[in-house]
Design a protein around this ligand. Structure first.
Ligand code: WQD
Length: 343
């Protein structure tokens, strides 16, 4: 029987590569498009080692309308698309807003144009809890009012959701699901793929790993004077494999026409918050590594506390996070050791 073909844009990236693994494990035929601006082609080897299948791969920029159009002519049997490709560094987006708006929104619009002209069933879109800003109520539900985004990055996610909603409203034949991730962390338990931040990591867990393995001298904790139990910010850290599995469920929902509406939005988190110190303590416990850190001033743009209400994804997608924080941090550490020492 012919396999169902899925396009994964940004599929050599962190969440994209883990999603390709889960798609191939479920028997889907995957083609990846990535411009390798923030990922490494070696990731294809890791995916192949884990699944035994090397995904088709094409390298080009999805803002290039001609190349994208030709791609869809060649791959004329794509049933659905999971769209990860975007720039995602919060701090960089503040320094280079136009690059973020151009890249993140042009690529989405090009994808939507090709969904329309190739009668593709639909799109799963990589969104983010960044769209909520600092919620008034916690846990935050999908109906929470979206506040002004704290960064151009977060704003591109808010605008992207609006573009998709407007597109779907006049293209009833297509359907879309936006997945709002909280804080993705960890790695596949094979340690063959994981998070590959280029340069100095801005995110907490990769910085912790690089400090523990000796690449970074010391972890800076950005403030311990917040209104939280231990003074550090609270986030909802979600295992990347659990996150990847939710994408497979979402794309199957679109293919099998199970959507309750043509554009659905789901939070993907654990429903629990963890502080920076709790992450550090858990990391030290499961790895036996003593972390060198110091408390410094707050980082501009950080919100104090956010974690997900996961009821909608639990009820509608039949999905919930399953891998514990301890296991997740250990998987991140095992990946870091494989990355640096191939052990
Ligand atoms: C987590 C906590 C920091 C680094 C962002 C985006 C979000 C998603 C994930 C893309 C905060 C603290 C961090 C460090 C620290 N990105 N921290 N020292 O900012 O919650 O979320 O990345 O999808 O959309 O907004 O993640 O890991 O940067 O920070 O103390 O060296 O760790 O202050 O409290 P963030 P983060």
């Amino acid at each position: 029987m012919n396999k169902i073909k899925i396009l994964v844009t940004g599929g050599t990236g962190y969440i994209g590569s883990h999603t390709v693994v889960e798609l191939q494990n479920k028997g889907f035929d995957v083609v990846i498009v990535d411009n390798l601006s923030n990922s490494n082609i070696e990731v294809l080897e890791g995916i192949t080692k884990i699944t035994g299948v090397r995904p088709a791969f094409e390298q080009f920029n999805l803002c290039d309308t001609e190349k994208t159009k030709n791609f869809f002519k060649k791959h004329d049997n794509i049933v659905a698309i999971i769209h990860f490709a975007a720039f995602k560094a919060v701090g960089e987006s503040v320094e280079k807003p136009l690059i973020y708006y151009r890249n993140n929104l042009d690529s989405l619009i090009t994808i939507l144009e090709n969904i329309q002209s190739n009668s593709i069933k639909g799109l799963v879109f990589s969104s983010s809890c960044a769209v909520y800003g600092q919620p008034d109520e916690l846990p935050v539900t999908e109906n929470a009012p979206l506040k002004k985004a704290f960064s151009p990055y977060g704003n591109t996610k808010q605008i992207a959701e609006e573009i998709i909603a407007d597109f779907i409203s006049v293209n009833a034949g297509s359907r879309a699901i936006a997945l709002r991730y909280f804080n993705p962390i960890g790695a596949h338990n094979s340690a063959f793929i994981g998070e590959l931040p280029l340069g100095v990591p801005s995110n907490l867990v990769p910085f912790i790993n690089q400090t523990a393995i000796g690449i970074r001298e010391q972890l800076s904790i950005f403030g311990n004077d917040y209104n939280t139990p231990d003074g550090t910010c609270i986030r909802d850290y979600i295992n990347v494999v659990d996150l990847a599995k939710a994408h497979v469920i979402a794309v199957e929902r679109i293919i099998e026409n199970k959507n309750k509406s043509n554009f659905e939005i789901f939070n993907l988190g654990t429903g629990n918050g963890a502080s920076v110190f709790e992450i550090i303590n858990s990391f030290e416990k499961v790895t036996g590594q003593k972390l060198n850190y110091k408390v410094v001033e707050r980082r501009a743009g950080d919100i104090e506390k956010v974690f997900a209400d996961t009821k909608l994804a639990n009820d509608e997608l039949g999905w919930k996070s399953e891998i514990s924080l301890d296991e997740t941090l250990l998987s991140a550490w095992n990946w870091e050791k494989f990355l640096r020492f191939k052990i």
